[in-house]
Write a protein that binds this ligand. Structure first.
Ligand code: FES
Length: 277
């Protein structure tokens, strides 16, 4: 709640090296949150405004959960907060909720998650499963100890596939290998993760009648006013904060997205206080 100078952290956990989960008290956000939406969080008044997918929430208990990777100053600041601390600001839910009207009972959907996407596919998978859609969830990480959320994802998966780049757990490789080999079995595929992972998956977008990804570019206002989050789809400009975050996987210009993100992360790392370097 806004009282006492911000939003109280109810739980803070390290899921894997550099990956954190926080639950914050935010009854209004919890009441209106829908799968696929995000919030812009600021650890303190001076933090960057960064978007984070809403992973889980409870309207009854008034909390929302976020999972993020520590990649720069703003996420490091968030990661340094503990239970009982307060976030300066949390605006949301933002973005267009995931469109479930494209899905029907009995369909088969492949959900692919890497990095924070391992957590971000959870609310979408949960809703699809509730609708009677058969969910196959594939998650990837560089190595076994970077995996997380496995038990939680299994509760919403009809099939669960683990991949590691170094082969230390599950199948050796990435989600795109599953999409390439088995894409034809599915009515839709959804990829959420780092730009590299989604770009790999996008090569096989034509394997399924519907293919989607969730984009997480730089955002400032989160309301379609500043243009910071613009992305190109088949040459058309869209704003991820209001038109997304979900877009047609086969149409996104991932090279442009990667360039814009890299430019940003260098600035972010520069902005980190010395003690965090
Ligand atoms: Fe400003 Fe999307 S964040 S337009």
């Amino acid at each position: 709640e806004k009282a006492a100078g911000g939003y109280e952290i109810l739980e803070s956990k390290v899921l894997a090296p550099n990956f954190h989960s926080i639950k914050i008290k935010a009854p209004d956000m919890a009441k209106y949150a829908k799968a696929g939406q995000f919030a812009i969080l600021m650890a303190n008044e001076k933090s960057e405004r960064s978007p984070f997918t809403i992973i889980d929430w409870s309207a009854e208990e008034g909390w929302v959960q976020f999972v993020f990777e520590e990649v720069g100053r703003s996420s490091a600041e968030l990661g340094s907060l503990s239970k009982g601390d307060f976030l300066a600001s949390a605006s949301g839910p933002l973005g267009t909720p995931f469109d479930f009207s494209n899905f029907k009972e009995g369909q088969k959907v492949l959900l692919m998650g890497g990095c924070y996407g391992i957590a971000a596919i959870y609310p979408v998978a949960r809703e699809l499963k509730k609708m009677g859609v058969k969910t196959a969830i594939a998650i990837e990480a560089s190595t076994s100890f970077m995996l997380f959320f496995e038990d939680k994802l299994k509760t919403v998966a009809d099939e669960f596939i683990v991949l590691t780049r170094d082969g230390t757990k599950g199948i050796k490789g990435g989600c795109s290998n599953v999409y390439e080999k088995r894409g034809g079995e599915f009515d839709a595929a959804i990829a959420v993760g780092c730009v590299f992972m989604m770009k790999q998956c996008s090569k096989f977008a034509s394997k399924t009648p519907l293919s989607l990804c969730s984009l997480n570019p730089i955002m400032v206002d989160g309301t379609g006013m500043c243009g910071a989050c613009r992305v190109s789809l088949d040459g058309e400009t869209k704003f991820a904060c209001v038109d997304g975050p979900f877009f047609d996987l086969g149409k996104v210009d991932f090279n442009e997205l990667a360039k814009r993100r890299t430019a940003y992360s260098l600035l972010e790392i520069d902005a980190m206080p010395r003690h965090l370097h």
